[in-house]
Ligand binder design. Structure first.
Ligand code: ATR
Length: 278
């Protein structure tokens, strides 16, 4: 069998942990392959992407700023990727390029490891950008019913309502309103970049009044323990670190490319070590 050729396009991509993660999966699945980084300058995107797609590569990930720009180059989109309007994984199947979005579903897979039964949980999402779109879609598609959204710009939060399922119940809130009714939520997911290094002293909303036993999750993973997670911890919440998303979105992408199941196992711990050392 020929070797599996994979990679990542974006700008920048040099700091990516994906080559390491996928090399672990390849080893685990007994697959010989490579995962290379392809930094592409915005001016060169159209030419470079066409050349890459014709180079014999089997699949690739797409990161910032190309998750939307890749779409016209693909032959088909997975229905959820189409709804979300962004693609982070492309695969070549029978000569056709198909686009998926594994970001949101990866995140929800990661979160499902730490949260109980889904249908009655009240979830609050903080932020309504690109990451929030993927996570919201994955939550409602997975059967989470009550998912409220708070955002600085209310109109942006309202745009996410197009991604609902018929049974979804979503209230749109300001951050102030979210703080006022914080005690009603079982799960809080922060999806904006507020609190990311070097602005690690910032926190999107106060965690005062959090329900006892609530789960608080932050997609920011630099630093691993954000100010939001630290203050949730002080309120005796269970905290969920964002770096697990890196692994779960990669696991789902790897399954799409290779058709093989791989496990996360001790990768979470090893990734944590790499991030702490970085
Ligand atoms: P991404 O694709 O990473 O989600 P994005 O689409 O630019 O990035 O979305 C960024 C999110 O972070 C949005 O919810 C944004 O709020 P607005 O919709 O009001 O712009 C939020 N955000 C970014 N900086 C913020 C800040 N300083 N305070 C509050 N929210 C912020």
């Amino acid at each position: 069998m020929s070797i599996l050729k994979l990679g990542l396009i974006g700008h920048p991509v040099e700091q990516s942990l994906s080559p390491w993660i996928h090399s672990q999966f390849m080893e685990q699945a007994g697959i010989e392959g490579e995962y290379n980084l392809y930094p592409i300058e915005p001016e060169a995107f159209d030419t470079k992407i066409k050349a890459l797609m014709q180079s014999g590569i089997d699949g690739f990930n797409i990161t910032v700023p190309y998750k939307q720009r890749i779409i016209p180059f693909l032959d088909e989109l997975d229905p959820d990727a189409e709804k979300i309007g962004a693609v982070n994984t492309a695969v070549r199947k029978n000569g056709k390029w198909i686009g998926y979005n594994t970001d949101g579903s990866g995140y929800v897979r990661a979160m499902e490891q730490v949260i109980p039964a889904k249908d009655s949980l009240h979830i609050l999402m903080l932020g309504a950008g690109g990451a929030a779109r993927g996570i919201y879609r994955a939550l409602v598609a997975q059967g989470f019913r009550y998912v409220d959204i708070a955002n600085r710009t209310i109109s942006k939060a309202e745009q996410l309502l197009q991604l609902q399922e018929p049974e979804t119940v979503t209230e749109i809130l300001s951050y102030r309103e979210a703080e006022q009714q914080l005690s009603t939520y079982d799960v809080i997911i922060h999806t904006s970049s507020v609190g990311m290094s070097p602005n690690s002293d910032e926190q999107i909303i106060s965690m005062t009044g959090l329900k006892s036993g609530a789960v608080v999750s932050d997609i920011v993973y630099k630093p691993i323990e954000t100010k939001l997670l630290q203050s949730a911890n002080q309120q005796k919440a269970s905290i969920h670190h964002g770096h697990s998303m890196l692994l779960y979105q990669a696991q789902y992408a790897f399954e799409i490319w290779s058709g093989k199941q791989v496990t996360i196992g001790d990768l979470l711990h090893r990734l944590e070590q790499r991030l702490t050392e970085a």
